[in-house]
Design a protein around this ligand. Structure first.
Ligand code: ADP
Length: 162
């Protein structure tokens, strides 16, 4: 069985993430989405809430697992015996960071290969950071996130939690 992990902050999960995941399922039998608490980004949702939303999005899909990890992804891979990591590439701007991260990860854990999936044509401009910004200033993010994520964010905003 070919297994892979798909790590990211998923804050929140977007249709761009879902596209990468669904297309990767034609290559891998089982993919675990690993929700990491990113130190680089200001967060919108707490990691546990992101995990819960990702689980809801993929409910009933037995080939998709969801997990949370707060440390180095390469340590997660070692602990779980994973040998493949999926990452998405949108623009040239993603490339430099991803390229360096893949190189560093290879040094941290030589047993793991990074697989890059090119973004879907309709998703190249969608990033969680952009969605967060849009949401914070009252923009309509509904085309870019799954309906249940949109619903949850609206509820939280109404309750004054965001
Ligand atoms: P983001 O980079 O959107 O703030 P993540 O850290 O959650 O969010 O991203 C996890 C992975 O998914 C990264 O490899 C990222 O490049 C990829 N990804 C995110 N959005 C897209 C998209 N629209 N198309 C392709 N890959 C994407």
């Amino acid at each position: 069985m070919k297994r892979a992990i798909y790590p990211g902050s998923f804050d929140p999960i977007t249709v761009g993430h879902i596209d990468i995941l669904e297309r990767s399922l034609s290559v891998f039998d089982e993919i675990t989405i690993v929700v990491a608490s990113s130190s680089r980004k200001t967060s919108l949702l707490q990691p546990d809430e992101r995990v819960e939303l990702v689980k809801d999005v993929f409910k009933g899909k037995r080939r998709v697992k969801v997990d949370r990890w707060d440390g180095l992804i390469m340590d997660y891979a070692r602990e779980r015996g994973s040998h493949a990591v999926i990452r998405g590439l949108r623009a040239a701007s993603d490339f430099e960071y991803e390229f360096m991260m893949a190189a560093m990860n290879k040094r941290l854990n030589p047993d793991v290969e990074t697989f890059f999936m090119m973004t879907g044509q309709n998703y190249f401009f969608i990033s969680s950071s952009m969605i967060k910004e849009l949401f914070r200033y009252g923009g309509d993010i509904s085309p870019y996130v799954p309906p249940l994520v949109w619903k949850r964010l609206k509820e939280k905003r109404k309750a004054g939690d965001l």
